[in-house]
Design a protein around this ligand. Structure first.
Ligand code: FES
Ligand code: FES
Length: 944
């Protein structure tokens, strides 16, 4: 390695450093210098998180080799433009206007925006968007609109038309409490100043002696027997400490993800931590190299020799369930779990005898989460002898149960801590992401370890949204009232069954859940394939269901020659009617929601008609959405509140913060619950997401955190307040509590036992969720007829999420969720493991792929009696059916239906060409492992 000395003028100071000019990028050099505000997401020039200003120009520093940068070049980074006590207007505006969620992209966006505003201090919104498009700045959390808001606000200050005070949240607005305000999240300040240390930043700040890990992913096959693994060449590399393979794993080497469904033929313990006998998917890891440096570990990883014998690869469910497919796991059939959903009379007969019916087959693809930060973690043994892993987990409690048996450690010795997290949207639920670190820590007990996967390694290793294949039929009477639905949905769960019970349950219970359908016959199936495993993702299960049900609603309206908006409206639940699982709806708010949306729909339709040309046709699509919050009778959360010696209060919980705002959520409910004590915001301290210091508040998923943890906060706050209250109504101080021997720390618990019994697993009869969110949305779309390219021009929606706790967080979930839905409809997928290996390859949306015209209105007339201060969940109602508004809008624009998503230009063009010949391109009915009616009869005859 030939090293050299280099001078750069960084943030106004000439700085000398030693580098490898051939290998080092500007990003790595800056980060080694401690300037870790410059983040590295993709590492290959696609995401802009590493944007800095070089000699006055915005550049992506990961794509600039240090050797090509002139000596004494002027480099500006996030650390140089403002400090925590003297923020740049852009930093302040990002905080105030919701431009920061996970914050991983924020320094890059701020530096990029600074470059723009120096060139043009009075840009239009479109010019801001053009700039971020040109500079490839990606954000996966915010849906971009709040970022543009922030840039416009900062520009005003820079032009002298507004003051910093004008763009700073006014604490006066909190004089009656912070609940329902737009108080920015506590972590935002660290994020906009580049001082928030994410996992890969911590890597640079680990103690001396830290060893680095690199994974060995053969990436030669998705299904193969492992004949041998030769680690000797890798172990011979100087600086390699050890190469860990399955034989070094001290536990069972299996994840423990029990499947709570007696019909499942898999147990949930088939999932190896390190592949031992077989490779079952492209991203399987067969070894982990532990070495003195990341570079050595990566070089050595290339020298591990893996001999395999290829087996047939089943890269999709349809191939995996044909009768002669070989089983992927032992003798267990690839279709391993099937369940029934039955309501009312024989749905098949009702459909056959109904006035009008439609049928179709629909494909909901494998969707990549594409958080800008990939997978990174640290591990060590703490002073109490606990295996301690700092990682991106959004499920501390779950993961602690998934790992111990496989790793060979008692659960009480496994300590999980969430690092500041650059987004995950669900993939960080799976404990597998941290199990590799755990098995290495069993081998290395005297040195800390750190692992940063490349984005491509992470893309192949992590789970994705399971694809869904649905055959469905839907029918109505002469008046357009739904009479019956029939569906057969099969989820491709990839190589292993992870979180499968919940996804099957959510998919089935979401089928037709927004409407009154008297008769339903449904089957939900789950199969293994050789693709990556299915895991949690916002809209879990419901997305696949809505891909079919919201298409069929449009198809039936069209066949009935009814407006799709009004067709939905007449089928909405009214007082006294029953839901798709045979019980009263929890709320009857949907008609109000659609009444509010109707004028926007009609206006959009008129505008689309007026703006359509033969070359570019415009259309409007509509969907409704419902999403269940917390499973009925199956959910629990715990938090602790402690009065401190200075009479402040510390809140302990594991409301993991993936960027959605676990910190501001915790602060908001705590401040409200402790209102009688009159604490200011800064008298509430947060101690979160350390399994050994915080109780288990449950997974930060399923839109449950605010609902479940919030209710637990109320319980703890009542106990603390009761203990502090004196007879005269005033409150004891900490010193008085101690003097009187009164405990100062209280546990608060919540459960969904109030929500009635769980559903009948043989029929789904029951009320599956403790609470629900509701919404209706329209998408405006333009389709270029010659190319088939569809563009979403705008989305408008009305949502009921109960009382809003924090406006910025809820709007953030709304904009973010809608942006995922739009890109899912048109471009995002992970099917081709080679083509979809990167963010751009997998179709992540850049700013011009998402409209600036997003308008969300909230209903506030339905506070939830069962939720904290009237709130319920506030996330997945924005990413469950919205992709179908786009698909329905394409149909409205050009009269073609895309049955198999995404609606790429090629597919739309092919459908248009077929239409011109009087044909319709639609998939044949899927074969999903057995005949629907035979399967249903079997399930009915064999209940458990
Ligand atoms: Fe540099 Fe993505 S563009 S990290
Ligand atoms: Fe932009 Fe998370 S806030 S990626």
């Amino acid at each position: 390695m030939a090293l050299s000395k280099k001078f750069l003028n960084i943030n106004g100071v000439d700085r000398m450093f030693i580098c490898d000019p051939e290998k080092d990028t500007l990003a790595t050099a800056l980060r080694r210098l401690g300037l870790t505000g410059t983040k590295v997401g993709c590492g290959v020039g696609q995401c802009g998180s590493c944007s800095i200003i070089l000699d006055g120009k915005v550049v992506r520093s990961c794509a600039r080799k240090i050797k090509n940068i002139p000596e004494y070049a002027k480099v500006e980074t996030i650390e140089g433009i403002g400090t925590a006590t003297n923020l740049h207007p852009l930093q302040q505006a990002f905080i105030t206007y919701g431009g920061v969620q996970c914050g991983f992209c924020s320094p890059g966006f701020i530096m990029s925006a600074l470059g723009l505003l120096r060139e043009n201090v009075n840009p239009t919104r479109e010019e801001v968007r053009d700039w971020f498009q040109k500079h490839r700045n990606l954000c996966r959390c915010t849906g971009y609109k709040p970022i543009v808001d922030a840039v416009m606000a900062a520009a005003k200050v820079m032009r002298g038309e507004a003051s910093m005070k004008d763009i700073t949240f006014d604490m006066e607005k909190t004089k009656n409490g912070i609940y329902g305000t737009a108080l920015p999240r506590p972590s935002a300040l660290a994020k906009v100043t580049g001082l928030c240390d994410y996992g890969d930043d911590i890597k640079y700040k680990m103690p001396e002696g830290t060893l680095h890990l690199a994974v060995v992913q053969p990436k030669v096959s998705s299904h193969a027997k492992i004949l041998s693994i030769d680690t000797a060449p890798a172990e011979a590399v100087p600086g390699v400490y050890k190469v860990v393979t399955a034989k070094d794993v001290q536990g069972t080497n299996r994840m423990l993800a029990p499947i709570f469904n007696p019909r499942s033929l898999l147990k949930g313990n088939e999932f190896p931590i390190i592949a031992d006998q077989k490779i079952c998917r492209y991203g399987d890891v067969v070894a982990v190299v532990i070495a003195d440096s990341e570079e050595i570990a990566r070089e050595a990883a290339k020298k591990v020799i893996v001999e395999i014998e290829s087996l047939p690869e089943y890269m999709n469910l349809l191939d995996a369930v044909v009768p002669d497919a070989i089983p992927i796991h032992g003798q267990t059939p690839n279709m391993f779990m099937v369940g029934a959903h039955i309501k009312g009379e024989d749905a098949s007969e009702v459909i056959d005898n109904s006035f009008c019916s439609v049928e179709g087959s629909f494909y909901s693809p494998r969707e990549a989460h594409l958080s800008i930060e990939g997978n990174t973690m640290q591990g060590y043994w703490d002073e109490q002898g606990n295996m301690t892993i700092h990682c991106k987990t959004m499920a501390i409690g779950w993961a602690r149960h998934e790992l111990p048996a496989g790793v060979g450690i008692p659960i009480e010795k496994l300590r999980l801590i969430e690092n500041p997290t650059g987004g995950s949207f669900g993939w960080a639920c799976s404990g597998l992401n941290y199990a590799l670190m755990a098995v290495c820590l069993m081998v290395v007990k005297d040195r800390p370890l750190t692992l940063t996967m490349s984005y491509e390694e992470h893309q192949h290793f992590s789970g994705k949204r399971a694809p869904g294949y649905t055959n469905g039929r839907l029918a109505c009477d002469e008046a357009g009232k739904l009479t019956a639905m029939e569906y057969d949905i099969a989820l491709d769960r990839g190589a292993f069954a992870d979180e499968v019970t919940a996804e099957q349950y959510k998919a089935m219970s979401s089928m037709g859940m927004q409407y009154v359908i008297p008769n339903i016959a449904g089957i939900g199936r789950c199969a293994v394939t050789n693709h990556t495993f299915g895991t949690a993702y916002r809209g879990f299960g419901a997305v696949q269901a809505y891909t079919a049900s919201e298409a069929m609603m449009d198809m039936l309206a069209e066949k009935m020659r009814m407006d799709p908006f009004e067709f939905r409206y007449i089928n909405l639940p009214r007082e006294g009617q029953t839901n798709n699982t045979g019980h009263p709806f929890r709320d009857y708010v949907m008609p109000n929601i659609m009444d509010k949306l109707r004028p926007y729909y009609q206006k959009a339709l008129a505008e689309a008609k007026a703006a359509s040309t033969p070359e570019v046709k415009r259309g409007v699509g509509v969907v409704t959405s419902m999403f269940g919050v917390a499973m009925a009778n199956m959910d629990m959360a715990e938090i602790h509140l402690e009065l401190n010696p200075d009479d402040t209060v510390t809140h302990f919980n594991t409301w993991e913060d993936q960027g959605q705002g676990g910190d501001i959520g915790t602060l908001t409910v705590t401040h409200e619950a402790l209102k009688p004590l009159g604490l200011s915001v800064d008298q509430i301290r947060l101690h979160m997401n350390d399994s050994h210091l915080c109780p288990d508040s449950g997974v930060a998923a399923a839109s449950r955190s605010h609902f479940m943890t919030g209710n637990a906060v109320i319980d703890a706050a009542e106990k603390l307040i009761r203990a502090m209250r004196k007879d005269d109504g005033t409150f004891r101080t900490y010193d008085e509590m101690v003097a009187e021997g009164i405990p100062t720390k209280y546990a608060g618990k919540s459960s969904t036992s109030f929500a009635g019994p769980s559903v009948n697993p043989n029929t789904l009869d029951g009320n599956p969720f403790a609470s629900l969110m509701y919404g209706a949305f329209i998408a405006e779309v333009a389709v270029e007829v010659s190319t088939g390219k569809a563009t979403c021009l705008g989305m408008t929606g009305v949502a009921d999420v109960g009382r809003i706790g924090n406006i910025l967080s809820v709007e953030g979930q709304a904009y973010g969720g809608l942006s995922h839905g739009i890109s899912f409809a048109l471009q995002t997928q992970y099917e081709d493991v080679k083509k979809h290996a990167t963010m751009a390859g997998a179709g992540i949306p850049y700013i011009k792929d998402i409209p600036d015209n997003i308008n969300i209105m909230f209903m506030d007339d339905n506070p939830r009696a069962c939720g904290p201060f009237g709130s319920t969940g506030a996330s997945e109602v924005f990413q469950c059916s919205q992709h179908m508004a786009v698909i329905n809008a394409i149909n409205n624009a050009v009269g073609v239906r895309i049955y198999e998503l995404p609606a790429s230009p090629e597919k739309v063009k092919a459908a248009l060409e077929a239409k011109a010949k009087g044909q319709e391109l639609k998939p044949k009915k899927y074969f999903l492992g057995s005949d629907f009616y035979d399967q249903l009869d079997y399930l009915k005859a064999n209940p458990f």
